[in-house]
Design a protein around this ligand. Structure first.
Ligand code: CA
Length: 718
């Protein structure tokens, strides 16, 4: 009898017994109290009911396979899918949320951590909760002010807020039950990931390693919001105990992998746990993915050249205490923003003796290798490149990358694949136990890495130690942006983790496509950057159906059943890291769009409304000025301070203003008012007076206008 079967019959009996016991002795043990009332979700229910009619946790089930047992929508009738309903999320910032569906209610988030409760059958709004974030926090968000979803547990909805709060809401009314600050808000921490709920604890990490923080995973009491345990992923600067669950791990394995000096001792070292957090029921442990180093460039972060545990690692800890169990580091001595935060999926694969089932953890992190680890021990079982790469030639027998020495770049740029956006990013991967395939939303986005000789850590803005202006011409005509865009590729790969090879692969028009849903109907669903929502044959990759979303479809789709009808749902929008920092003008491909929930069913006949946004007039609003030297100086300052939000080469993708067409760029005083005086801080554009002199700000304006005129001074210039 496997564990899930055991739970399905034993859990209700145990719970009934414990409820009696509780009534008798009055003890308070919320983790085993029998759930009742609205959104009465507990660990047993997530364990047994999810993946069927409901979608109870971010990854669909605790194993996070994003595979549904529903098969009413299948290969034979998927061509009859139509829109059942849509709901307007009232944002034109990035949307990455996977909806949670429980008791007929859908809980979904949008930008700025706003939570919506909707009737899952009709899309009718039940309540909206806005945590009213100070928009100035936006400058801390490396990758747009996104949110990937909520957890629902014990009658409450839990949301990680972009400013570092974790909040519990009454699932029926949306009223706040408790709120706790999980980070030092004086530092550039953010939360974009979905909490997970396990045995009366709410698990949440954070982001901020592009700017400079020390990462950790925390477990909070679901009833009170009190901290239960915390696991840091980087030692503190003195390598002293924190009084945290991670103390032992640093004594055992972590401390020796760090030198005593370098920017990590002041910037925190990075290692943020910003996405994947998985409950392994069989081994009663939490397996989570750890992000990149801070700064990215190890030369500055830790000149001693150590592996820097637990950066870029998959780590397992005891679910009750947070005590260290094992780790596997995908990218020792990270130098490239190669996070291992990507989807971790647990599954049984025939990798034991004589083909017996073996429980494994699988991940396709940014570094481009697909890893299979033993879930109980973390033992490396296999790792294979799932796309082109030039940073490593393979893995050794322990799973350690065999690096290309050129990848440890110096001041001369090295054009590397994958780049910091990864061979796979946050877009959820899926796994089908029916086909035995993992479905990887893969991409090719190279990056020229070069050391920034001017690097010093700063409290606002990115601290990577990388010169983003290296190898980029100061003035780039539209052809350069087009050429750069053409080097980016995306595909959906049906990857066989036993055969260690792709069984099929579908090439997309663009990079940065959506997460994947697998179903027992023999289908995999994926949204695409170009706005198509597509169903593929899970066995072959054959495209069976597609429907325009009128917006980018990047998030993880979900599915559920109500009153005998199966629904497939996806949140849409345009934004996130790619749009801000690497889109090269994709606004022409995917019209700047308002985020929506779009839900499909067989025979649905609704229409998706147009965004209603007015296209921007693409003409310069001021006169070009400045010498070539001034413009070049401006280009360097732009690359360092502006490009990660307003786009490389000053070519925005429509989420944040394209400065080339901004009236503010046409006016010296208005420009200074924003860049130096912080006149738009309330919108998230804080003052850069600490980092730029007024003259340097003016050099940036000269550069921006030069780029505007280089684009041809005509409507349609991109
Ligand atoms: Ca990162």
């Amino acid at each position: 009898m496997n564990i899930s079967t055991w739970r399905s019959w034993a859990a209700p009996a145990l719970l009934a017994g414990s409820a009696l016991l509780l009534a008798a002795c009055g003890d308070r043990q919320p983790q085993i109290a029998e759930p009742e009332g609205f959104a009465a979700v507990d660990t047993a229910r997530i364990s047994t009911a999810s993946g069927g009619d409901e979608w109870l946790t971010y990854g669909g089930t605790y194993d996070e396979q994003r595979h549904s047992k529903l098969a009413l929508i299948n290969k034979d009738n998927v061509n009859q899918l139509g829109v059942a309903w849509t709901y307007d999320l009232a944002t034109n910032r990035g949307v990455e949320s996977t909806p949670i569906v429980v008791d007929g209610t859908m809980y979904v988030t949008s930008a700025w951590s706003v939570v919506y409760a909707l009737d899952a059958k009709t899309g009718a709004e039940k309540w909206v909760y806005d945590p009213e974030v100070d928009k100035a926090v936006g400058v801390k968000a490396c990758c747009d002010v996104v949110n990937r979803g909520v957890a629902v547990y014990d009658g409450k909805v839990y949301v990680g807020v972009i400013d570092g709060r974790l909040e519990a809401l009454n699932a029926e009314t949306g009223e706040k039950v408790w709120s706790t600050v999980t980070v030092d808000q004086s530092k550039p921490y953010t939360i974009t990931g979905a909490p997970r709920a396990v045995n009366g604890k709410i698990l949440i990490g954070n982001g901020g390693a592009e700017l400079g923080v020390r990462g950790y995973l925390s477990a909070y009491d679901s009833s009170s919001g009190d901290l239960v345990w915390r696991f840091y992923t980087v030692p503190n600067p003195l390598k002293q105990p924190d009084g945290a669950a991670s103390d032992d791990a640093f004594v055992k394995v972590g401390n020796v992998t760090w030198g005593d000096e370098g920017a990590w001792t002041t910037d925190g070292g990075g290692g943020t746990v910003w996405d994947s957090i998985v409950y392994d029921e069989v081994n009663d442990q939490i397996i989570f993915g750890v992000g990149n180093g801070s700064p990215w460039n190890r030369t500055f972060r830790d000149p001693s050249g150590g592996d820097n545990l637990f950066l870029s690692s998959i780590v397992a800890v005891d679910a009750t205490t947070g005590a260290y169990k094992w780790h596997f580091q995908t990218t020792p001595g990270d130098n490239w923003d190669y996070t291992a935060t990507q989807t971790i999926i647990l599954a049984d694969l025939p990798l034991g003796e004589n083909g017996a089932a073996r429980r494994v953890a699988m991940q396709a992190p940014k570094n481009g290798f697909f890893y299979v680890l033993d879930a109980a021990t973390g033992q490396f079982l296999s790792g294979d490149a799932f796309g082109p790469m030039n940073w490593a030639t393979g893995l050794d027998e322990n799973g350690r990358p065999i690096e290309n020495p050129e990848a440890r770049y110096g001041k001369a740029p090295f054009q590397q694949l994958p780049g910091p956006l990864g061979a796979h990013n946050w877009q959820p991967m899926a796994f089908s136990p029916d086909t035995g395939l993992a479905y990887i939303p893969a991409q090719e986005i190279p990056q020229a890495y070069a050391e920034d000789p001017r690097f010093t850590s700063r409290p606002t803005g990115w601290n990577t130690g990388i010169d983003f202006s290296a190898g980029v011409p100061p003035i780039a005509p539209p052809e350069v942006a087009k050429m750069l865009r053409s080097t980016l590729k995306g595909r959906l790969i049906g990857w066989d983790p036993v055969a260690r090879a792709a069984r099929w692969s579908v090439e997309h028009e663009n990079a940065w496509n959506g997460g994947v849903l697998s179903t027992a109907g023999g289908l995999v669903f994926q949204g695409k950057l170009n706005g198509d929502f597509v169903a593929y044959n899970a066995e072959t990759g054959e495209k069976l159906w597609s429907h325009p979303l009128k917006a980018g479809g990047a998030s993880g789709p979900g599915t559920y059943m109500i009153d005998g009808e199966q629904y497939v749902t996806i949140t849409t929008g345009w934004g996130s890291a790619f749009a801000l920092a690497a889109g090269f003008g994709y606004d022409d491909k995917v019209a700047s769009s308002v985020g929506k929930v779009v839900t499909f069913k067989i025979g649905g006949t609704q229409e998706i409304a147009d965004s209603g946004l007015t296209p921007i007039e693409k003409t310069p609003k001021g006169e070009a000025f400045g010498s070539a030297a001034l413009i070049e100086q401006g280009s360097v300052h732009f690359a360092r301070n502006c490009a990660v939000c307003h786009g490389p080469l000053a070519v925005s993708s429509g989420v944040l203003p394209d400065l080339r067409w901004s009236a503010i760029a046409g006016n010296k005083d208005a420009w200074k008012g924003v860049v130096i005086d912080g006149n738009l801080a309330a919108n998230g554009m804080v003052s850069f007076a600490d980092y730029l002199t007024p003259d340097e700000a003016e050099a940036i304006r000269a550069y921006v206008l030069a780029q505007a005129y280089a684009a041809g001074n005509q409507s349609g210039g991109q």
